[in-house]
Design a protein around this ligand. Structure first.
Ligand code: IDP
Ligand code: MG
Length: 151
């Protein structure tokens, strides 16, 4: 699979717990390129649009309260197969089932405080990136290290 961009959100618990650096370091160290990054105080409207697929589920109200409970860090990262790459690095939705070595498997305990969101498919990534970033907020640039990361 070729180059992809995907959306990452460090949820309010990640910001409150001081885990923004450690989480971004994991993605950066993997070789993924940051092309967008900002801190956002999420409105109820944006939260509802982002999590529209979960409307009506038992955890929906709690999920919206969670994601709007404090500022989040929103990132767009780019790399080969970035969507699946980041999902694998994030781990299973329930930290109980998240493998050690994953972000949730190493840093979280509870499904309702699982630290991070990552787009689940390329089409989802496109939709979510358009929701969270304007085109002007995403940078196109070359890294000198790319030839050491991509063949
Ligand atoms: P994902 O974040 O791994 O893609 P989804 O199934 O898309 O998982 O659920 C979105 C988010 O909703 C989860 O990351 C988690 O914060 C929350 N969530 C999902 N299922 C539950 C649940 O059973 N209880 C509480 N929160 C949940
Ligand atoms: Mg999801």
């Amino acid at each position: 699979m070729g180059m992809q961009r995907t959306l990452v959100i460090i949820k309010p618990d990640g910001v409150q717990r001081g885990l923004v650096g450690p989480i971004l370091t994991r993605l950066e160290s993997r070789g993924l390129k940051l092309v967008g990054l900002k801190l956002v105080e999420v409105s109820a409207e944006l939260a509802a649009r982002h999590y529209a697929e979960h409307l009506g589920k038992p955890f929906y109200d709690g999920l919206l309260a969670y994601i709007t409970s404090g500022p989040v860090i929103v990132a767009c990262v780019e790399g080969t197969s970035a969507v699946q790459m980041v999902r694998n690095a994030v781990g299973a939705t329930n930290p109980l089932n998240a493998a050690p070595g994953t972000i949730r498997g190493d840093l979280a305990l509870d499904i309702g405080r699982n630290l991070i969101h990552a787009s689940d498919a390329p089409e989802t990534a496109d939709r979510e990136l358009a929701l969270w970033f304007t085109d002007g907020e995403l940078a196109g640039y070359k890294r000198e290290t790319d030839r050491w990361i991509f063949e």
